[in-house]
Structure formats: structure tokens, C-alpha cells
Design a protein around this ligand. Sequence first.
Ligand SMILES: [Zn+2]
Length: 290
Amino acid sequence: MAIVGVETGGTSTRVAAADGGRVTLLAQVPTTTPDATLARIADALRGVAPDAVGLAAFGPLDLATGALRATPKPGWSGFGVADAVRDALGAPVTVDTDVNAAALAECRWGAARGFGDAVYVTIGTGLGVGVVHDGRPVHGLPHPEAGHITVRRAPGDDFSGVCPFHGDCLEGLVAAPAVRARTGKDGADLDAAERARLVSALATPIADGLVTLAYACAPRRIILGGGISRLDGLLTAVRREFRARLAGYPGCPEHGDDAFIAPPGLGQRAGIAGALLLAGAASAPRWPPG
Ligand SMILES: [Zn+2]
């Protein structure tokens, strides 16, 4: 049974196919307009006849219809991404958010392996949060959107934030567009002093957001992924701030382990691995391919 995973992330779209235990990454292309992105997905799958497709899509998504809700990404608001993928590939599509899919994959194969309660946070173009509870991704109205919670800032940080909806929500303070607005550069282009200043500005609001997630969702692991999270020194600073902010409450020693806030065990493949899982848990391949 051939299954296909499609991950339409905020920055890039990946397509992978699996047949038995063999997984092939077929394409990684920039996520641009819906039509152009769909065309690249269909191109990558020319000659492949999938039995089932798992779609891990950036949100916010209406999970009942598989259509995007209001998003600042030009051209995508209201777009029926699940229907479009189904029509392009001619196979049934199971859809979830890219971050819920990544959280599922991290529970199955990655840094939360063996746990059914985990939170996956990615900080890149946006800030997405996927939540798995009792082995299942959390859905509701429409699904967790914890990138847009309000957080405390680092002392002296007066950056106004760039979220087009909320200004200084967590995403508006720390995701890639905020880094660009704060520094005039991408994270990778900063010198050591600039990076140290940025890490201090980002660690407090990120850690504050993770404390809220730890208290609200009771995860056994928080996975912290995305390009911004790989800034030199940021993960260490976030762990330190997180422990300070918990202040010993509620007294779970696990919160102090470095493994509690961990980088993705699947690296940048968590989303596409999760898309393959969505395509059919019963027939999901081993990941990573061995
Ligand atoms: Zn916001």
C-alpha cells in the first residue's frame, strides 16, 4: 500500500511517499501561492498512485472541511487545501495541522517517544503549537493556537511586536519576522554580540509561553523546533528561564530535566513524518527509513 505525506509548512512544502518500510522524500519546495504550491506537489507525485494521503498543513485550519481560516499568508485565507490535494492526487486525504502532525511523530519516533502527552512548538516564519493528549492530537474550535497567547517580555524590551492581529503576542515577539524587525537581519546573519542580545530578548517570552503550556496542557515533553529555536544559546537560555519561572511549582522534578524541553528527535523531518502517520496509522512506515 503506497501512502503519501504532504507537509505544507509556512516556509516550505515537503512531499514524501512510503511503500512498506521504504520512505522516499520526493520534493521540498517553497510554500508560495496555493496554485503554484499545488502544482509543485502534483509534479513531485507524477507517476505515483497513492492509496492514502496525510496532509500536515499550516493553520489555522478548519479541520472539518480542511480549509484555511484567516491567515496573514497571502492567497491562503479560506483556501480548501485538503480538497485541493485530494483532487490533485486522486486519493483520500487525512488532514491535521503541521504542528499536531509533528507532535504525533515526535511521540511515535522522536524526542517524546513512548509518551502520549506532548507539546510541539516550532518557531520559524510563525510560531505554531501542536498538542497531543492521550496519544491523539487536540482538536476543538479549531485547534490549539498557542502561538498567539500573551506573554511576559524580557526586562527593558519595548519591541512593539509584528503579529498583524495582536501585535505583541508570543509569535509577534519572537518568530522570524519579529527577529528581522528587531535586528534588521535574519537570525543566521547576526554577529556574536547581536545574537547574545537577541537571545536575551527572546528567551523570556518563549520560556513564559512554555510555562503556560506546561501548566495548561500537562505535557510530559515540550519539543522546541524551527529555525529560530536553533539560534546559538537560545535553548539553554529558555530552559534556564523556564525553571526560574516555575519557581518549584508544582514540584515535578521532570520539569528540570534538559530532556523536558528538547529539540525535535526527528529534526526538520518531524512534520513530514507526521504527515505519513496521518495517512494511515495502521500502515505507517518505520521512521527514519533504515
Ligand atoms: Zn498574534
